[in-house]
Ligand binder design. Structure first.
Ligand code: EPU
Length: 426
């Protein structure tokens, strides 16, 4: 039976008391992609700095369902894709994980067909896959839908070609880039996502022999190549969203909180937002130290593709803005369901008006009171946990398992810097 855990948090009642160091883990949205990329390679791929989170376990099971072997030892993970031959994904598993669509690209490219259901994931709004499908078609795949699953076929292999992304898509860019490494001719992808995870996934593929140019810009060109396993383990990049969430916490409740193991350049947009809010930050190598200022200034935030303000950091920053003195506007430009959790912040005492599903007005500063609430998705769940951390009284955040999908041992990291937080099994 699957247990549903809860986090019980004794709030700091607005007192900036957190001190010490939090080291961020490897990035969820990087490891999931390179695990899928490993399916392109007839051999063993080893990864290090792998976070111990539920989504990695689910991706591992999905790969095993197709014949691969996935083993884990501490923070190392190995995918042996040599024995892979299956092309039909387990529907229940694939539905539970948005990143399952990413695996469709490598499987199609290597084996000439793939079958998968419409992928699920978070409840943050519509998650269509039309862009993936038209990209695969452009590379010569035939697509059919039998009412329950998609079946894609390219028995002679994928062909070269040019594809323009109608919308900028992170997983879309990664999936087509991976699939294109085994195509018979050159592939040009235009209007690509530039997120650091896309770049880091290309680095892995390049180190296995892929010929990829232009990654980190909007045009990526992939030339035909053959892929061979790397000799050494590949290191997963630090989770920039985890880092940004802890910086938001430090700006509200930090006495002197250090977030370490980060790549500061990945955090430019968030760091500049914190500066505009008057938050004192010290950047030193791969560490950032933050403390809560006497007074937080309001600021307008608009989520945007990288290097703009990340949609995944929007919820933690909305919590932070409830503590700024004055009016702030948050525009969520990527997903339409991603401001729904603000209703819970209002119950805690925040003054937030939803002007539209994409736009919220926050008027601060408001003290927050404790709440009992279930985590709606990974990022909003974490934001509610941060709200509970600064609130007055004891809060319970249910559905902790949803937060576990993206954050490794969050209660251990937060209690180590002075927050009273417990996991309760129900
Ligand atoms: N879109 C389409 N058609 C498609 C694909 C996307 O219309 O076929 C739209 C989406 O509806 C959305 C926009 O394009 O409005 C951008 O979505 P994108 O495809 O970039 O999102 P994603 O690749 O599905 C990844 C992350 C998300 C993160 C977004 C945006 C992974 C596994 N997920 O999703 O992370 O929010 O990029 O940066 O990498 C999370 O980690 O909690 C999370 C949701």
């Amino acid at each position: 039976m699957r247990h549903m855990d809860s986090f019980v948090v004794e709030g700091l009642a607005g007192e900036p008391k957190l001190a010490g160091n939090i080291t961020v883990s490897g990035a969820k949205n990087h490891i999931l992609k390179v695990m899928a990329a490993a399916a392109l390679i007839e051999g063993e791929s080893r990864f290090e700095n792998v976070p111990d989170i539920a989504d990695v376990t689910a991706m591992g099971k999905l790969l095993e369902g197709l014949g691969a072997f996935v083993t884990r030892s501490g923070s190392s993970l190995t995918v042996s894709a040599k024995p892979m031959s299956g092309t039909v994904m387990d529907p229940a598993l694939a539905k539970s994980l948005r990143a399952s669509i990413v695996l469709a690209g490598p499987v199609l490219a290597r084996f000439g067909s793939v079958t998968f259901p419409h992928p699920g994931g978070d409840v943050i709004g519509e998650r269509p896959i039309d862009v993936f499908l038209s990209g695969f078609e452009k590379l010569g795949a035939k697509i059919s839908w039998n009412g329950g699953s998609y079946h894609l076929e390219a028995p002679q292999g994928l062909s070269g070609g040019e594809f323009f992304f109608r919308v900028v898509s992170v997983t879309g860019t990664e999936t087509l880039m991976m699939a294109a490494t085994l195509a018979k001719g050159p592939v040009t992808l235009k209007n690509c996502a530039m997120e650091p995870e896309v770049v880091a996934t290309a680095e892995f593929l390049k180190s296995c022999g892929a010929k990829i140019e232009g990654v980190g810009t909007t045009t990526i060109v992939i030339n035909p190549s053959s892929l061979t396993p790397r000799a050494s383990p590949f290191r997963i990049m630090p989770d920039r969203i985890e880092a940004e969430s802890f910086l938001a916490l430090g700006a509200m409740a930090g006495k002197k909180l250090t977030v370490s193991g980060v790549v500061p350049q990945h955090l430019d947009s968030v760091i500049n937002t914190l500066w505009s809010m008057g938050v004192p930050l010290t950047i030193s190598g791969d560490s950032i130290t933050v403390s809560a200022p006497e007074r937080l200034l309001p600021v307008n935030v608009r989520t945007h593709e990288y290097p703009g303000f990340p949609t995944d950091a929007q919820a933690p920053f909305t919590v932070l803005l409830t503590q700024a003195e004055g009016d702030s506007i948050v525009i969520e430009s990527i997903f339409e369901g991603r401001l729904n959790y603000t209703a819970e912040l209002v119950k805690m005492g925040a003054k937030i008006t939803l002007i539209s599903p994409h736009r919220a007005k926050i008027t601060g500063k408001t003290p927050l009171s404790a709440i009992a609430v279930d985590s709606p998705d990974i990022r909003a769940g974490l934001a509610l946990l941060l709200a509970a951390a600064i609130a007055k009284g004891k809060s319970t955040i249910g559905n902790a398992n949803i937060i576990d999908r993206g954050y490794e041992g969050i209660e251990k990291k937060l209690s180590a810097v002075g927050l009273s937080i417990k996991r309760v099994r129900s």
